[in-house]
Design a protein around this ligand. Structure first.
Ligand code: NAG
Ligand code: NAG
Ligand code: NAG
Ligand code: NAG
Length: 430
């Protein structure tokens, strides 16, 4: 068995070395889109350097340190930057979707973000955008929205440029000035005519996803709100692991053809942060042991916005400080006398094999038991493993527990807004 896996690994790496690329233009059918990891062979945002297997292994070893420091720096603040696998450091989000905009359709690889409502793309003539993603003049169905349009009242900081509606927003460390526009978008095989989104005219900073962003939050102007008639505010996704050789998962829109063997917990709302998907986290187990955590660490408070959210744009799970310290201490106790080290924002790293087999997030009605791949980040050469979680920053108005994308990889997550349910099942996303 070990030998077989070894041969498969060699086969995989040699395929990469020989320039093997999977079929990246698999026609998307129905309402299911491919979710592509930013480092996928199908992603234009990955490193372009093709190395031999030996060279890539050597390089991964030498840059392992750099990579892990970079990874840990993501812990410092909410970040849309990716888990850069191996050698590259990019300013791209972790997961991307192929969306077609305009008539005739222009293909854009947009960032997927479940905690943003809006969609926006860098448009032709944009000042400060790295690339033009969308050529408005080439689309016959493109139109600007006027200042009087109802949608113009739903955007942050609306403004009027002549007669057309514009708005400003900040994303990560960037700020964006965009026009509010409409055009047909196509999601897999579904056309959505007259979709309202932001057309970026001016940008500063470098945390803007190169070809735009598609928000899957549930606030006004979100995809969910605009396609209520089509998708009934229901979708599911499976995020592929950054280590997966196939590097692609799926986003399934609408209630049809959703898996039914899921376990559910209640989806909560919080008026303070209306676009986020809140859940009721009630406890955490390390192995089979329940960790003693003060219930206040999990309290859902509509007045402050505190509680627990599930998010696709954050990489590593963050727990409020008392909860994180309790979990970390329980983990360390399980590791006995093994020497613990830290790496940037990760404070629980080991160079010996990890003896904690699982970590379980206990939500009301649902225990989500994670295997090691969902809570350990391992250096490429496998010598260092860190608990891939950290404490939430304390100097913010109201602290949040964030269940992040590393912890969701290879799980199907179903969001069912009308029934206020969130479903979870293990699934290997290929
Ligand atoms: C949309 O608005 C922009 C900026 O105001 C303008 O440059 C462009 O010509 C307009 N396009 C259409 C089709 O009206
Ligand atoms: C939006 O940003 C643009 C360009 O940076 C700026 O000129 C404008 O004043 C801003 N508008 C608002 C309403 O903040
Ligand atoms: C990759 O995907 C293909 C087709 O989707 C599948 O047949 C294959 O088993 C997958 N390989 C791995 C290693 O998951
Ligand atoms: C989750 O695990 C706890 C502790 O092991 C158990 O008491 C509880 O019944 C489980 N909940 C569900 C919904 O399975």
């Amino acid at each position: 068995m070990g030998k077989l896996l070894y041969s498969l690994a060699i086969l995989f790496f040699s395929s990469v070395a020989l320039g093997f690329t999977p079929n990246c233009n698999i026609p998307e059918q129905g309402s299911t889109l491919q979710v592509i990891h930013v480092n996928s062979p199908c992603s234009p945002f990955r490193s372009k350097t093709q190395l031999s297997w030996e060279d890539s292994v050597l390089q991964m070893q030498s840059e392992d340190r750099e990579r892990l420091i970079y990874l840990s720096s993501l812990v410092a603040g909410r970040s849309v930057a990716p888990v850069a696998s191996g050698r590259q450091v990019t300013q791209n989000p972790t997961y991307i979707l192929r969306v077609k905009i305009g008539t005739p359709p222009q293909i854009l690889l947009m960032a997927m973000d479940t905690s943003s409502d809006a969609a926006w793309v860098p448009c032709s003539g944009c000042a400060g955008c790295a690339t033009t993603a969308f050529y408005t003049a080439k689309s016959t169905s493109f139109k600007n929205l006027s200042c009087g349009a109802v949608q113009c009242k739903q955007v942050p900081n609306p403004s009027c440029e002549g007669t057309t509606c514009g708005f400003n927003l900040t994303y990560g460390s960037s700020s964006i000035a965009a026009g509010l526009v409409q055009d047909t978008i196509r999601l897999a095989a579904d056309p959505v005519p007259g979709y309202t989104f932001g057309c970026i005219r001016k940008a500063t900073g470098n945390s803007i996803p190169a070809q735009g962003l598609l928000g899957l939050g549930r606030g006004p102007l979100s995809l969910l709100s605009q396609t209520q008639y089509l998708y009934k505010s229901t979708f599911s996704y499976c995020l592929p692991s950054y280590k997966s050789p196939n590097f692609s998962g799926s986003l399934r829109l609408g209630p049809n053809s959703q898996p039914f063997r899921l376990k559910y917990t209640q989806l909560l709302e919080n008026p303070r942060r209306s676009s986020l998907y809140y859940v009721n986290l009630v406890g955490i187990k390390v192995g089979r042991g329940l960790v003693k955590i003060p219930p206040t660490a999990f309290a859902h408070d509509p007045n402050t916005g505190s509680g627990t959210v599930i998010d696709s744009g954050t990489v590593f799970t963050r727990l409020v400080e008392p909860a994180y310290i309790a979990v970390r201490d329980a983990f360390r106790r399980r590791m006995g006398k093994a020497i613990v080290s830290s790496l940037g924002g990760f404070d629980t790293c080991y160079t010996v094999p990890i003896t904690v087999p699982t970590i379980t997030f206990m939500f009301s009605g649902l225990n989500m038991t994670l295997p090691q791949d969902n809570f350990l980040i391992r250096s490429a050469v496998g010598t260092t493993s860190c608990l891939a979680m950290a404490a939430a920053p304390v100097n913010v108005n109201s602290v949040l527990n964030v269940i992040a994308n590393f912890q969701q990889q290879n799980h199907r997550i179903l969001i069912d807004v009308p029934n206020s349910k969130l479903g979870v099942a293990r699934e290997t996303c290929t």
